[in-house]
Design a protein around this ligand. Structure first.
Ligand SMILES: Cc1cc2nc3c(=O)[nH]c(=O)nc-3n(C[C@H](O)[C@H](O)[C@H](O)COP(=O)(O)O)c2cc1C
Length: 326
């Protein structure tokens, strides 16, 4: 490693070079993996670049002097978690040498087992496609196996400082993604699931988002919801040919799970969800997160709109709170 200001063999001033590199505006990510014992490891990285759509490839550059370098260099999978504008604390934490980084953030396994930060802008769960030795870094090229994204505004970085990015969602962005719209419908500590026709269980789904009092499900049944208590919960894709999922949570009116339900629908106690009978692994993983968060009554829900985005804060059915348009 070169000391600050030291010239390289090619006589480039490394401090000046770092400053020049730093004028390139980037987002901020936390890259994560597991070490040989299975413990989560991770660091802040802005060297992320998308590489290829077919096959789906991305890259990050991992410094050889990082404590977690060995873990990234030996693991066959890793994840890239892009941060949203309210996550400068997460960026600072993962840029530190703290041994307890993962005690401070909620994380989950989705596909490869690499830690996915539950609350982030976008995540990519990857297997290692290739490693390229490059000076004091190794370029880690990943093949995307699963990914998810949210409508939050990204955290930016330029000249060594965090930057806000004005990123109102284009009108119709969510709808135009032609996603499967699923609902987490809760009543009295129970969650509504529907038979998938193949012996398993799935989330009730609807043609499009209707954050209203009446929800017309695919199949024709209509359920009455508590008004103003429908919140965006999760937006993600899976690696197969599914068009992607947009998940809302809602509460059934009457506040009771004992109402007469249309055929094929059933309430399950949240502590006893039939995870093994839910064929889509990403849905099953999301339901585990939902069960945990439901026990704590702490949900983070993000939703964009033309006027700069809205954030429904944690807790039970609180009204939308407008974010300042900065
Ligand atoms: C905004 C930002 C971007 C960074 N990007 C990278 C990067 O792309 N690659 C890298 O190796 N380190 C990068 N770092 C530095 C690491 O996050 C830092 O060295 C961290 O302490 C490594 O953690 P570890 O030693 O616990 O593995 C970045 C730091 C910040 C604040």
């Amino acid at each position: 490693m070169l000391a600050p200001g030291e010239k390289t063999a090619s006589s480039v001033d490394t401090v000046a070079l770092r400053r020049a590199f730093g004028t390139f505006v980037t987002g901020v990510t936390v890259i994560t993996t597991r070490d040989a014992t299975g413990a989560p490891r991770g660091m802040t990285a802005n060297s992320f670049t998308s590489v290829s759509l077919d096959p789906p490839l991305l890259l990050v550059c991992v410094g050889k002097s990082a404590h977690s370098f060995g873990a990234f260099n030996n693991s066959d999978s890793f994840a890239v978690n892009l941060l949203h504008e309210a996550q400068t604390d997460v960026s600072n934490l993962f840029a530190s040498k703290s041994a307890t980084k993962f005690d401070m953030v909620d994380h989950d396994r989705v596909h490869t087992g690499a830690p996915i930060l539950v609350n982030c802008l976008t995540w990519f769960d990857c297997t290692v496609h290739n490693r390229v030795d490059a000076g004091d870094h190794v370029v880690l090229i990943g093949e995307v196996k699963a990914f998810g994204t949210s409508p939050s505004a990204p955290l930016g970085f330029c000249r060594g400082r965090y930057a806000n990015v004005k990123d109102p969602l284009p009108p119709g962005w969510l709808e135009s993604h032609d996603m499967i719209v699923g609902y987490l419908i809760e009543a009295d500590g129970q969650l509504l699931l529907r038979e998938d026709g193949k012996g398993g269980w799935a989330l009730p789904s609807a043609r499009r988002r209707v954050a209203d009092t009446e929800l017309k499900l695919d199949g024709g049944e209509a359920l009455t919801l508590v008004p103003d208590a429908t919140f965006l919960y999760s937006v993600f894709d899976v690696s197969d040919n599914d068009p992607g999922y947009l998940i809302y949570r809602a509460r059934l009116a009457h506040g009771s799970a004992s109402v007469a339900l249309p055929a094929g629908l059933k309430f399950f106690p949240i502590a006893e969800l039939p995870y093994d009978a839910i064929p889509t692994r990403e849905i099953s993983s999301m339901l585990r997160r939902y069960a945990r968060e439901s026990a704590d009554k702490r949900f983070g829900i993000y939703m964009g709109s033309d006027d700069g985005g809205r954030l429904a804060m944690v807790g039970e059915a609180q009204p939308w709170a407008s974010l300042p348009n900065n």
